[in-house]
Design a protein around this ligand. Structure first.
Ligand SMILES: Nc1nc2c(ncn2[C@@H]2O[C@H](COP(=O)(O)OP(=O)(O)OP(=O)(O)O)[C@@H](O)[C@H]2O)c(=O)[nH]1
Length: 516
């Protein structure tokens, strides 16, 4: 089954935590900046719309003052046609407020006009152009289409005789879809950041727009525009008539009853923010990468001892396991404790295995090697090509001991006999109980002659020993030799020793015989 290792888990968690933290800070920064940008754009557009409304209002006011002055002059001599012509010319040329200046008499007939290229002098006012005539008050008219076909609005002032008779009015016109005072006033606005402004009449008709094609268009259901026309000042996010969300500031031009709106597409403002965020991400990228690198290094450093412990725990049965575990640098508490516990466990395990090995190689009654132990030694010597002498030893008439004194006494005899063999043999000799009452003494690198002497020594010592209950016993011994350089097998050499032993028995027992 697939399992994540500690380092991968550590990396996964910390990398996720770091990425989440970075993403969260980007998101929060974006949200905060977005709100600030919206607020500042709203405020900038509000202030801008208010300033332009005030400037436009002042221009209309001063143009009306000029018309009022002319009206007062004309009231004194209204029948003087030369004066009328002179006044319209002066007003037109003195300021750049108007596209044309005209005087209409009390019969609604155009009495004078400048520039003279407009051929309406002597014409009666059309119905649509009679707002000033009918109102008989200082006025900024609603936009209308003149007989010349032009879309215009006019600023007018009535002319009253000193006796109160209405003589007519003097008016300056503003051609709404041509160069006019608005274009000069409002056209200063920089449009390159996507922002723009427009002015609407009381009837919600566009009377100024940088896109001249939209002049004259009627706009419905625009809350910002409605508020501006209704005399309110402020700012708001609004979806315009084309369905585009806008950040808008708006204000009211009091003298004309018009509304002015300065706005910027929401998306344009946000695009700026996207660029800013991308810059933040790019600038923080080296730190992010450095953090990830440090995390990777830390994960390696922290998990390395545990990983090494886990790896070596799989190979506990190998001979160098203890050495390998000792090499691990367990530099922090948990790893250190685990290392110590593993070493303790390994040591206990090794001593148990050693004990089990010992037990499986040892005869429990005599503590000499058993047949399995013997085979292990023999295979080592065979590998090492170590020549050795073999003494096969068997108790004479042991059955009689058992039969006479019982099996326990027989066991005691076997133990005493083993002790004598052990005592009389040097440490290099391998002593083995080969089963029953038969023993083997293996003497490495020992000649048959020396082995015979050793056998005799053992035999005499046994014969001289008085067993606690059984008394004196004797043994017979057969001696053979395995030459590592010969073709003979160890098995044959053992058999040969047995044959010599059998011969010793036949010769009357209590003697040693060297195989031929
Ligand atoms: N007490 C005791 N007796 C054992 C043990 N193993 C074998 N014996 C006995 O050893 C005796 C061997 O008898 P035999 O093979 O007839 O040989 P022997 O009586 O020694 O006669 P020879 O070898 O011909 O001199 C048997 O009585 C076995 O029961 C043991 O572990 N303890």
């Amino acid at each position: 089954m697939f399992r994540l290792n500690l380092q991968k888990l550590f990396l996964l968690l910390t990398v996720l935590a770091v990425l989440f933290t970075f993403a969260n800070s980007y998101y929060t920064t974006y949200q905060v900046q977005k709100q600030r940008l919206i607020d500042s754009t709203l405020e900038a557009n509000r202030v801008y719309a208010a300033k332009l409304a005030e400037t436009t209002n002042n221009s209309l006011e001063s143009s009306q003052k000029q018309l009022a002055y002319s009206a007062a002059v004309l009231a004194k001599d209204f029948t003087n046609e030369a004066l009328l012509n002179e006044e319209v010319k002066r007003l037109f040329q003195q300021s750049n407020y108007f596209n044309s200046v005209s005087i209409v008499n009390s019969k609604a007939i155009v009495a004078a006009i400048f520039p003279l290229t407009i051929p309406v002098k002597g014409n009666t006012l059309s119905d649509g152009a009679r707002q000033s005539f009918n109102t008989r008050k200082p006025l900024v008219t609603d936009p209308f289409i003149a007989p010349t076909g032009r879309y215009l609005a006019s600023v007018s002032h009535p002319i009253y005789h000193e006796n109160g008779d209405y003589l007519g009015y003097i008016a300056g016109t503003i051609y709404l879809n041509q160069d006019n005072m608005f274009f000069k006033l409002l056209g200063q606005h920089p449009y390159n950041d996507g922002s723009y402004l427009y002015v609407v009449s009381r009837q919600r008709e566009i009377i100024y727009h940088h896109d001249q094609h939209r002049i004259g268009q009627h706009i419905e259901n625009n809350p910002v525009l409605n508020a501006a026309v209704d005399g309110q000042w402020g700012s708001s996010i609004v979806v315009n008539s084309l369905g585009i969300p806008m950040i808008a500031g708006y204000a009211h031009i009091e003298r004309a009853g018009w509304g002015i709106v300065a706005q910027r597409p929401f998306e344009n403002s946000m695009a700026e923010l996207d660029i800013q965020l991308m810059e933040v991400v790019l600038r923080s990228l080296p730190i992010l990468l450095l953090t990830l690198l440090l995390i990777w290094l830390a994960s390696r450093y922290i998990t390395k001892p545990l990983q090494a412990l886990a790896d070596h725990a799989k190979d506990m049965d190998k001979s160098d396991a203890e050495h390998n575990i000792n090499q691990i640098k367990a530099w922090y508490f948990e790893a250190f404790e685990l290392k110590q516990a593993t070493l303790r466990g390994l040591s206990t395990l090794n001593s148990k295995i050693y004990q089990l090995n010992e037990d499986s190689y040892t005869d429990p009654l005599t503590q000499l090697y058993n047949r399995r132990g013997l085979e292990s030694v023999l295979s080592q010597w065979e590998e090492q090509k170590l020549s050795f002498a073999i003494i096969a030893l068997d108790i004479d008439h042991f059955k009689l001991v058992n039969d006479t004194f019982g099996h326990d006494v027989g066991d005691e005899v076997l133990q005493n006999l083993s002790a004598i063999i052990r005592r009389s043999s040097n440490t290099k000799a391998i002593l083995c109980r080969n089963g029953g009452e038969e023993f083997l003494i293996l003497l490495p690198a020992t000649s048959p002659h020396l082995a015979y002497r050793h056998a005799e020594k053992v035999r005499i010592e046994i014969a001289a020993f008085n067993m606690p209950t059984a008394g004196k016993i004797t043994v017979s011994l057969g001696i053979s030799f395995w030459d590592a350089d010969s073709d003979n097998s160890i098995k044959t050499a053992l058999k040969t020793a047995d044959t010599a032993l059998y011969q010793a028995k036949r010769q009357g027992r209590n003697c040693s015989v060297i195989a031929e």
